[in-house]
Design a protein around this ligand. Structure first.
Ligand code: DC
Length: 221
């Protein structure tokens, strides 16, 4: 069957990762979680005491950084499984900070483009349809209200045994991160002109998956 690439952008906790996982399974594709790559960069910078806006130091750090994702969606930072560590709440805001830095974006965008060269990828992030895979056959912009997203993030943290803030704090953090991600100078989160918007606030995961699948199916005959 013909293989395509699917770009999935949207604000944090809109359900991109869950939907991309299910869709990848259905299509036999690889789900590339680019947010996790930025999270790995933030984690390493924090561990090394590098300021999150120090472009020179971050560039040097990246030149000796290996980031990998296995088929089970585990993330390895220089060989260490950091799948849980990168999901901690304090890493989220640090990631938003580090993702503003041009050299970090350039480096990770290159890595992502190289991975998706072969097609058969569902890539989720903030700049996939607008920068990383401008020519992706299907572009989806998945969104939901801040409240719906905070509820989901809280549940997710609890289920995964990750230390978590209360609902109100999570919602405030989500709004702050949205603002920062949408207003940064380089590649701000924005819907690509040719992306299809899906608001998941009042939809089940299956309903979102069905809509996304229908968009992909057109290209698969
Ligand atoms: O999807 P996520 O919540 O794991 O993303 C973490 C942060 O990384 C988010 O604040 C924005 C940033 N990010 C980005 O700037 N570009 C991407 N392609 C993916 C994530």
């Amino acid at each position: 069957m013909k293989k395509i690439n699917i770009a999935m952008d949207g604000p944090s906790a809109a359900g991109k990762s869950t939907v991309a996982d299910i869709l990848a399974e259905k299509l036999g594709y690889i789900h590339l979680d680019t947010g996790a790559m930025y999270r790995c960069v933030a984690l390493k910078a924090l561990r090394e005491g590098i300021a999150l806006d120090d472009a020179e130091a971050l560039k040097e750090m990246l030149s000796r950084t290996d980031i990998r994702q296995d088929t089970e969606k585990h993330f390895f930072l220089d060989g260490e499984d950091v799948s849980k560590a990168i999901r901690e709440d304090h890493i989220s805001m640090a990631t938003s900070d580090v993702s503003k830095v041009g050299v970090v974006r350039e480096d990770l965008v290159r890595r992502q483009q190289k991975l998706a060269e072969e097609k058969g990828y569902i890539v989720d992030g903030r700049d996939i349809g607008t920068v990383v895979l401008k020519d992706a056959e299907v572009k989806i912009y998945l969104t939901a209200s801040a409240h719906a997203r905070a509820l989901r993030r809280l549940k997710q943290n609890q289920e995964n045994g990750i230390s978590t803030s209360d609902l109100e704090t999570i919602e405030k953090e989500i709004e702050a991160r949205d603002y920062q991600d949408m207003h940064r100078e380089i590649s701000p989160l924005t819907k690509a002109e040719d992306a299809v918007e899906i608001d998941s606030s009042d939809l089940t995961i299956d309903e979102v998956v069905d809509r996304a699948y229908a968009l992909a199916a057109k290209f698969l005959e």
